[in-house]
Write a protein that binds this ligand. Structure first.
Ligand code: ZN
Length: 500
């Protein structure tokens, strides 16, 4: 039995290598590839994806998984070995339903759709992007046809990013959010925070130095991490010893700092997975929602907190004496936590951010149901922005074309952003209980205890357990928006002077 297990492990290691090679091609496309190579890259990615899928869904792997059932049952269910067999079997059964040819077509369409989206967004030209969106949606319907018996089509897509999560659960959490957030947004609008101190010019060279300083304090190591600059910041999981994050700079603000902290959170999760799981399918984050909880934690709960800003702000003043020399740290804190409806999701504040996500979640369901024509999306987008955030969308670039996801055919992805927000607070409450002197540590620029807690209670498990089980282990509770909504309410109360 031991030999069969070793054979399975070796075959799965190959799949991981191939998958990561694809991720590396993706990273290369985003970071260094000359744009003229987009056509070639689409073919390469499609070939690699198809071959990986063929190898993984082979009868041989299916036979090994079947033969290993008694072995799996003889093991402790929490062991690495039993987890590997269990998770590989689930992945295999799901992947078998989708023909390799369709996988290749989806990968190809995504790789062609990306540069088309970049161009369309630049020109604010939705019509130029429409054929790519139509193709992606058509392929999505063919993908959905591979699965039968699911409660709703959206459940199938959601499951690709958040295993086991049901559309109805997301709807319940989002309904609660809508109810609580709309009055908070009004409350914030009635007492606007002055953030004019952030409208200065901040030379990019100094922003780079500050990003390096923050990352170094957070625990970034040049030996195993990379930071690059691109249009759409992201983190690329290439293994526990190859973590690549990206950020973007703009001279007219300090958003790059928070964007970098965000991607650091993603990177740290991948970096701190138990090395014993390396080159197995267990060696990555368990779901996008839990991944996002980690990025949001570092960006918002650490990065925008008073204690950390007490550490960071004097260094900002040193770097930008003319812009910030006479500013108080408390005014800076208020400015970087300002709540105000805006057009762009990635730049949105902590409260209105969720309304951007809810808008996309609703539109995606209507797209799949065919209750909205794709060419009418810009209008529908505008109407909902007006309804939820009270603002007018001036053009497609700042409306329906702002996000990369649909260019790659990713649908069912957006809700995980808000789930991540919710989960970040559930985990944060446990962190605070376990580490009562966290504020003092942040003021000193010390993050080792937080990193260790996250490794021990969350990161090291990788995909060994389901997202729900992983959340239970880290937070001791199932998905629950209560603590997140309380945190947002406290923040708005404090910013608007309504705190008790
Ligand atoms: Zn993220």
């Amino acid at each position: 039995m031991k030999e069969k297990f070793e054979e399975l492990k070796n075959r799965l290691a190959e799949i991981v290598d191939l998958t990561r090679a694809g991720n590396l091609l993706d990273w290369d496309q985003q970071v260094v590839m000359p744009p003229g190579a987009a056509g070639l890259r689409a073919e390469e990615l499609a070939t690699l994806d198809r071959l990986t899928h063929e190898r993984f869904t082979s009868d041989e792997i299916g036979r090994l998984l079947e033969d290993l059932r008694p072995y799996e049952e003889s093991l402790d269910a929490d062991s690495d070995e039993a987890s590997l067999i269990r998770v590989a079997r689930r992945d295999w059964e799901k992947a078998r339903k989708v023909p390799s040819e369709l996988r290749g077509q989806m990968a190809h369409s995504a790789a062609i759709g990306f540069p088309a989206w970049v161009e369309a967004r630049k020109n604010s030209d939705f019509d130029a992007f429409l054929p790519h969106l139509e193709r992606n949606v058509e392929l999505k319907h063919r993908y959905l046809e591979c699965f039968d018996g699911a409660e709703s089509a959206y459940d199938i897509l959601l499951d690709d990013f958040e295993e086991g999560m049901k559309t109805s659960e997301v709807e319940a959490v989002f309904a609660e959010m809508k109810r609580e957030l709309v009055p908070l947004i009004e409350q914030a609008a009635g007492n606007p925070v002055d953030d004019s101190l952030l409208t200065a010019s901040f030379p990019i060279e100094r922003q780079r130095d500050l990003n390096a300083l923050i990352l170094e304090r957070f625990g970034w190591k040049a030996e195993t991490w990379r930071l690059d600059e691109i249009v759409h910041p992201a983190a690329y999981g290439l293994g526990t010893t190859d973590v690549r994050i990206t950020t973007r700079y703009a001279e007219d603000g300090l958003e790059s700092l928070f964007s970098t902290m965000h991607e650091f959170g993603h990177g740290l999760y991948e970096h701190q997975i138990d090395p014993a799981l390396e080159r197995t399918p267990l060696c990555t984050g368990v779901s996008l929602g839990i991944h996002e909880s980690q990025s949001r934690m570092w960006e918002n709960l650490v990065g925008r907190s008073r204690p950390f800003l007490r550490f960071l702000f004097p260094r900002l003043q040193e770097a930008f004496p003319e812009q910030l020399g006479s500013v108080e740290v408390d005014d800076f804190y208020r400015a970087v936590n300002k709540i105000q409806p805006s057009l762009i999701r990635v730049d949105a504040d902590q409260v209105t951010y969720n309304m951007h996500v809810i808008l996309r979640f609703e539109l995606e369901q209507e797209i799949l149901a065919g209750s909205i024509a794709l060419k009418e999306l810009p209008e529908a987008w505008g109407a909902r922005m007006k309804e939820y955030l009270g603002i007018d969308v001036p053009d497609d670039r700042r409306g329906v074309l702002q996000d990369v996801h649909w260019s790659g055919g990713s649908m069912g992805y957006f809700p995980t952003y808000s789930l991540g927000n919710v989960i970040s607070l559930q985990i944060w409450e446990k962190v605070r209980e376990a580490l009562p002197d966290l504020d003092e540590q942040f003021e000193q620029g010390e993050f080792g205890a937080l990193r260790d807690w996250l490794r021990e209670n969350l990161h090291r498990y990788g995909r060994k357990f389901t997202p729900q089980e992983t959340l239970e282990r880290a937070a001791g509770s199932a998905l629950d928006a209560g603590s997140y909504l309380r945190y947002l309410k406290d923040t708005v109360d404090e910013l608007t002077g309504a705190a008790a």
